[in-house]
Design a protein around this ligand. Sequence first.
Ligand SMILES: Nc1nc2c(c(=O)[nH]1)N[C@H]1C(S)=C(S)[C@@H](COP(=O)(O)OP(=O)(O)OC[C@H]3O[C@@H](n4cnc5c(=O)[nH]c(N)nc54)[C@H](O)[C@@H]3O)O[C@H]1N2
Ligand SMILES: Nc1nc2c(c(=O)[nH]1)N[C@H]1C(S)=C(S)[C@@H](COP(=O)(O)OP(=O)(O)OC[C@H]3O[C@@H](n4cnc5c(=O)[nH]c(N)nc54)[C@H](O)[C@@H]3O)O[C@H]1N2
Ligand code: SF4
Ligand SMILES: [Mo]
Length: 756
Amino acid sequence: MTETAEHKVTCPLCEAMCGLVVHTAGTDVTSVRANPADVWSRGHLCPKGASLGAVHHDADRLREPLVRNARGEHVPVSWDDAFAECERVLRPVLDRYGASALTTYIGNPVAHNIGLSLHVGALIGFGQAAGMQAYYSPGTVDQWPLNVVSALLFGGMWNGPIPDLAHTDHLMILGANPSASQGSMLSAPDVMGSIREITRRGTVVVVDPRRTGTAARASEWVPIRPGTDALLLFAILRVLATNGWVRRPDHLRDRVTGLDEVIALSEPFTPERVAEATGIGADTIHRLAHDLAHARNPVLYSRIGACTQEFGTLSTWLVFVVNTALGALDRRGGAVFPRPAAWSQMFAKPPDQTEPGWTFGRFRSRVRGVPEVLGQFPVSCLAEEIDTPGDGRIRGLITVAGNPVVSAPASRRLEDALPRLDAMISIDNWLNETTRHAHVVLPGLSPLERPHSDDLYWAYSTASCLKWSDPVFAAPPDRPAEWEILVRLAGSMFGTPVPDVDVDAVDDLYVGGMIAMLGARPESPLHGREPLEVLAELSGRGPERLVDLGIRLGPWGDGVGVRPDGLTLAEVRRHPDGLRLEELDGGRLTEVVTTPSGTVELFHAHLADDVPRLVARMDRPTPDLVLTSRRHLRSNNSWLHNVPGLVRGRERCTLLMHSADADRIGLRSGDVAEISTTEGELSVAVEVGDEMMPGVVSLPHGWGHGRSGTRLAVANDHPGVNANLLNPPDLVDVPSNTQVVNGVPCRVRRAAAPIR
Ligand SMILES: Nc1nc2c(c(=O)[nH]1)N[C@H]1C(S)=C(S)[C@@H](COP(=O)(O)OP(=O)(O)OC[C@H]3O[C@@H](n4cnc5c(=O)[nH]c(N)nc54)[C@H](O)[C@@H]3O)O[C@H]1N2
Ligand SMILES: Nc1nc2c(c(=O)[nH]1)N[C@H]1C(S)=C(S)[C@@H](COP(=O)(O)OP(=O)(O)OC[C@H]3O[C@@H](n4cnc5c(=O)[nH]c(N)nc54)[C@H](O)[C@@H]3O)O[C@H]1N2
Ligand code: SF4
Ligand SMILES: [Mo]
């Protein structure tokens, strides 16, 4: 008889962090269901979570490391040989050019995988100490504006309020589609359920060029021309100010500075002036402002559509400014600060930010000369830093759970550049569009073979919880965990050959360094304590030890022995359904804000200096057609298309277009269109309707499979097209270095050849 078992785990696929029950029979997953007893998610689940068994059993998921041979084919090798090959390609780069010729790309799944997220700091930190300059991540096609704004206003890159979904009665959503994404920089188990409740007791307004699944279920959809949210928000602020509707509640007195300076900046942006550019009538803007001002508990929330656009930083900033002007900041039903139950490294200011406050532009990129922002250049710089000859050229790249050939704008150039690297190492579970160029591919364990716990996302969550998942299956005996791979590569930066790195010694050094850093802070429970003594009190090794540290340093933790009744990982482990410790509420501002003045600093030159660019936008003619991005519930960026159940059915990689545009061009649903931008051109089937506003088309990102040398049997049968072949490298939101993938001018015409 095969042994059957039931395992309670948390889904590692998205920010909703759902509790699952995984049933197994021997080494097979027989079902994945929602766990109704999970204290956090209480039974929520989506089709991606339900497919975790299929991800685990995917025959294409790499179980052995691969090395590229002389014929360019990837062949399986032993782990010893794989590490020896890493050394063979990496060492000459380090010896000849130094670590400044090396960089790393940290992909999205890192944030959902403690084996990577908690130790990637070793790779970056050791790399930077050895001379590595900027590193790359999809952050600059994602939330970098939020990081810049959070750092300046609240004092921390990952410190910001979220909408109080349980208590607001008037929610305005800009550029987010939780019906697909399940919430982003806003963790809640069932955002759409919350939205339904809010529409019952009040109003939900969705500002989006597309009538998304979220907009369709909201009280009102307000179509907006891509890239113009900052104009709308300034106009709303101005209406609030000129009508005397700005609320200045007691709880914000002396805790917020700069509101009047920002209101002064809103001067040029009357509803009448912004109407044409935004595509929203002045009357509508007056009404939207009026309704926000007169709601009991209004709050605004914005996400990626308001970030990865021409004015991402200003839009993201103004959401917080308007929330403050509505008196909604730090108040129940408004924009409130979560209280993560565990401390995270992410909460610490990066060690290279040595000045009080935040400094940008400390160095510039070699080729384009762009100033760094929070240690990063726009992700599209990676290609030119590899392919442009000269001193300081990037010759070595380590990708960690990332697929930049699909996810980075101007992806053609990157694809052409990768083969020119002297050393490319990918820590990745599939041989895909990016990793097919690697000299060595080092696979991690499956999501069901490793422990799981969320780190960052509890800082954006609607309740304070702690959860820990033990692996469902034991890892195969010869397999290193991903953190061990990271530590090995980190340890090699200073001369130790990759195969010879003493993983536990480097781990001790890394964690010990973190403890010493905390010990230097008077407010830390570790203040003045001997790092080795603290290290000895922690349980486990690798990420487990860091999770223990995080829990023990959290508000409910034992302070590593200081408060004996406090929580430790060992205690959390005794609760397979999790621990729910506190509900979201206002009144935390004094505790969380860490700006130099101790107040929420709404006004900064770094932000105000970008306002003239926005003023100029109003006088620029609107292009006939612009391209935007979208997500689908059954995709996860580029990497779940190899799961049959998630790609079955109707073709999803289509160009959505309004019928007025389609009629003008002579296109009907199912026709193939050629879409072109200054960057490139591709052919794709169109879907015509009234879901898009006129003048705006939408393509999903994450497609463009079917490349030779990849091992993705299912995805390659459903290739779709890569939207980032169309997105130019030099369209960026200036203050944050964020790439523009929404609002890119484009042309669409009928394809010369009909579809096969
Ligand atoms: N199922 C699924 N879930 C995911 C992901 C996934 O790929 N699939 N990806 C995860 C990741 S990495 C992230 S970052 C999050 C993102 O989560 P969300 O921010 O919710 O992302 P999207 O669903 O892409 O929604 C963005 C919306 O912005 C709109 N938009 C485009 N341009 C503009 C504009 O200029 N102004 C305004 N107001 N709106 C605009 C688009 O039409 C789209 O509806 O989702 C996460 N969750
Ligand atoms: N045009 C356009 N471009 C976009 C966006 C957009 O909206 N429009 N969105 C942007 C956003 S928000 C994001 S986050 C990025 C995503 O950008 P990336 O992070 O570059 O892309 P992903 O598709 O998430 O790729 C994940 C990689 O991790 C690997 N992987 C999956 N699971 C594991 C694991 O457990 N261990 C390891 N080691 N590897 C694993 C996969 O094989 C894949 O190679 O795309 C960005 N690009
Ligand atoms: S909503 Fe997110 S966390 Fe929940 S099951 Fe789906 S992918 Fe997993
Ligand atoms: Mo993302």
